[in-house]
Design a protein around this ligand. Structure first.
Ligand code: IZC
Ligand code: ZN
Length: 455
């Protein structure tokens, strides 16, 4: 089997402006907006079997033009509508999905993509009973990655970023959020955000950059009695203004957790970020109930992430926010709980029952979740969070797009959305999480052009 990643696939002049995908057993559109409650289980799918098979006149197709979706649905109706809009059939390349499943490109809304070094030793420590926070307090964990990352050059970080973005793409991701947070000093935090920006410009994936200066208290502050407060002041005065002035972060994140940053410290950082035009999202209640979910709701954050140990009040606060126009998306990271060998998985069913939109992400990082595979995360979500396969797919497409404030642009297949999609080598999306760890991706399309093909 060969796998070809096509870099620079942002449309050269000799490429056709149109693409028509036929031959799909299923086209999963996720059309209709953010998924909450019972809707999380509705993938808005067209099935060839319902209309006479993949060759029938009403078989589902997807049409793309100049990087955007222009038609989804029964073939003859879509082709007629293209003609009516003046889009000539001769300018559409044809792609046969060969009985596979077409879905929106996957969106990974929480990764720590950029780091140097590895931490496989922590797995052995955990097997012997060490906790995540014990390892950090002993100078390991995030701090060991910070030391390696500070020593890495921009070129080394770029090469690392390209390698792992390719892995994510190979598993069906077309947009990836990328956090800084392994610099914890102005120069390295800026370097990480610059690298994220360069990777996005290079393509083919889109990278959404998040500034996470408040990931841990760096070593040079740790000898002070008020170390965390002093570092928070430094973030607000020495880092945030530079990040804002350079316009290199879309979001600001904080690791709000007992023993890391308190609610008050997290609020101070996120309000200061909002004051300079950078929107909040946060690591909330990963290890213990820490007030993170409550803070996300109070601030109207676009997303509250982890939620493996939220308080009842935190869930109530998210449920209240879910009733508004701007719900806080609960971005759950079950591969992390799994890899930490912890047993307190996020209360996903409760969140869905309370109307909170649920997204899923890899949390790709060198310590607690070194997987680039969102389909595997879907499997863990089905097995450990009780999500249905359709709920899990909504969580890595439409809801993940909303967790990045991009729900009007990506995450679903409907007219005017960016034409990012995946063709899977299975006849129904219900099989995407059914083969744990298998790579079922056949073709990835970004902005209407194939960027990965498996032969
Ligand atoms: O490097 O341990 N939880 N941040 C918050 C992480 C995990 C990444 C790490
Ligand atoms: Zn994280």
């Amino acid at each position: 089997m060969t796998l070809r990643v096509i870099h620079g696939g942002r449309g050269s002049a000799d490429l056709m402006p149109g693409l028509l995908i036929t031959g799909a057993s299923e086209v999963v559109t996720m059309a209709g907006g953010i998924r909450r409650g019972d809707d999380q289980d509705d993938p808005a799918v067209f099935r060839a079997a319902d209309v006479g098979g993949t060759d029938a006149p009403d078989a589902p197709v997807v049409a793309c033009w100049e990087g955007r979706v222009v038609g989804v649905g029964p073939r003859d109706a879509v082709v007629a509508s293209l003609a009516a809009e003046g889009l000539p059939a001769s300018r559409f390349a044809r792609l046969d999905a060969d009985g596979g499943t077409v879905t929106p490109g996957l969106v990974d809304p929480h990764t720590h993509l950029l780091f140097a070094g590895t931490r496989e030793g922590e797995l052995r420590l955990r097997q012997r009973g060490a906790g995540y926070l014990d390892i950090l307090a002993a100078g390991g964990g995030i701090l060991s990655t910070v030391a390696a990352t500070r020593a890495a050059t921009e070129d080394e970080l770029l090469a690392h970023g390209r390698r792992w973005l390719d892995e994510m793409l190979a598993h069906g991701a077309t947009t990836v959020e990328v956090k800084s947070g392994y610099g914890l000093d102005p120069a390295t935090e800026l370097r990480l955000l610059h690298v994220a920006g360069t990777l996005s410009e290079e393509g083919p994936l889109d990278v959404v950059p998040t500034y996470l200066g408040a990931h841990a208290v760096p070593p040079e502050f740790r000898s002070q009695p008020d170390a965390a407060d002093a570092y928070v002041r430094s973030i607000i005065h020495d880092q945030l203004p530079l990040v804002a002035a350079q316009g290199i972060a879309r979001f600001c994140d904080v690791f709000c957790e007992e023993g890391i940053f308190t609610v008050a410290q997290s609020r101070a950082v996120l309000e200061a970020a909002r004051d300079v035009g950078i929107e909040p999202r946060l690591h909330a209640d990963e290890i213990a109930p820490s007030g993170g979910a409550e803070l996300a709701a109070e601030l109207g954050a676009v997303s509250a992430d982890h939620l493996a140990a939220p308080s009842d009040e935190g869930i109530d606060a998210l449920a209240l926010a879910a009733d508004t126009d701007r719900p806080v998306v609960a971005t759950l990271l079950p591969a992390t709980t799994w890899f930490l060998m912890a047993h307190h998985y996020a209360p996903a069913r409760r969140l869905i029952e309370r109307g909170v939109p649920v997204a899923l992400a890899t949390d790709f990082n060198p310590g607690t979740s070194p997987t680039p595979n969102l389909a595997l995360v879907m499997t863990v979500a089905c097995l450990e969070l009780g999500l249905t396969p359709s709920e899990a797919l909504a969580a890595v497409t439409v809801n993940a797009a909303h967790a990045l404030g991009l729900g009007e642009e990506i995450g679903s297949l409907e007219p005017d959305r960016q034409a990012d999609l995946v063709i899977w080598r299975v006849p129904t999306h219900l099989q995407i999480p059914y083969y744990p760890g298998a790579n079922l991706v056949r073709t990835v399309i970004k902005r209407g052009q194939p960027i990965l093909e498996r032969g």
